[in-house]
Design a protein around this ligand. Structure first.
Ligand SMILES: O=C(CO)COP(=O)(O)O
Length: 252
């Protein structure tokens, strides 16, 4: 938690969600009170196939919708890819870039992520830029250095608190049920804050820093209370309305 920063809890549905799952999203909208919406922003980063439908239902209400990746170009001969402009056209407000699953499955490096973040801004979207160390890097005592390098390479010049959100997702905590200790999260988020403040001054001080990796209703309150944790990026527990609302409850 940071004073003055409105937190964001974003769900990442990854490659999950058929038309039948739209009802979970509608339950989420229905479950967010006006008071809660004043305390925290909520978003689902949906698969591209559902994005426009969910965005239409979301309207300007308590929930918004984001994409999970974008191509760096505006348009062109890139079969199977989606541009940031297309996501914005479908009603997205944000897009995740540099998720570790993209970095691993598609060989994306910091330069690619940097270009995608700039594409997001070009289309008027918030870039949710993901960073995080592997288990081997943490065991080798390199976690802070690895994340600092990823921030330096992946976050473009011109990042502001309005156009950029950073998500720290230790790779070994994603989908494993393992989480770092609150102390480890605090240390990492402080290091990220210092890095971003050194580069972006007051914008870095106000940028939202999310924690992601096995966030559940049962651990959300503790993790969200850590200094410089301004919300969460949630995978598995964002698929069911009850779980997602249980996480948002950390801010009630
Ligand atoms: O990768 C994640 C969100 O982007 C985290 O996934 P889990 O919450 O399923 O661990």
């Amino acid at each position: 938690m940071s004073a003055q920063i409105k937190p964001l809890v974003a769900g990442n549905w990854k490659m999950n969600g058929l038309k039948a799952n739209q009802s979970e999203f509608y339950k989420m909208i229905a479950g967010i009170s006006e008071d809660l919406a004043d305390q925290v922003d909520a978003m689902i980063c949906a698969p591209a196939t559902l994005l426009a439908t969910l965005a239409d239902k979301a309207g300007n209400g308590a929930m918004s919708v984001g994409g999970q990746d974008c191509h760096a170009a505006v348009s062109g001969a890139h079969t199977g890819d989606i541009s940031a402009e297309m996501l914005a056209d479908a009603g997205a407000r944000a897009v995740i870039v540099g998720h570790s699953e993209r970095r691993t499955d598609h060989g994306e490096g910091d330069e690619d992520v940097n270009a995608k973040a700039q594409a997001a801004w070009r289309a008027g979207l918030i870039a949710i830029i993901c960073v995080g160390e592997t288990e081997a890097e943490r065991k080798a005592g390199q976690a802070i250095d690895v994340v600092a390098r990823q921030l330096d390479g992946s976050v473009p010049d011109g990042a502001t608190a309005a156009n950029t959100v950073i998500a720290y997702e230790p790779v070994w905590a994603i989908g494993t049920g393992l989480t770092p200790t609150a102390g480890d999260v605090e240390e990492m988020h402080k290091a990220m804050r210092d890095n971003l403040e050194a580069r972006f001054a007051s914008e870095g001080a106000a940028m939202r820093l999310l924690y992601g990796g096995s966030v559940k209703p049962g651990n959300a309150r503790e993790l969200m209370a850590v200094a410089n944790v301004d919300g969460a990026l949630v995978g598995g527990a964002s698929l069911k309305a009850d779980d997602f609302l249980g996480i948002l409850d950390a801010y009630s």
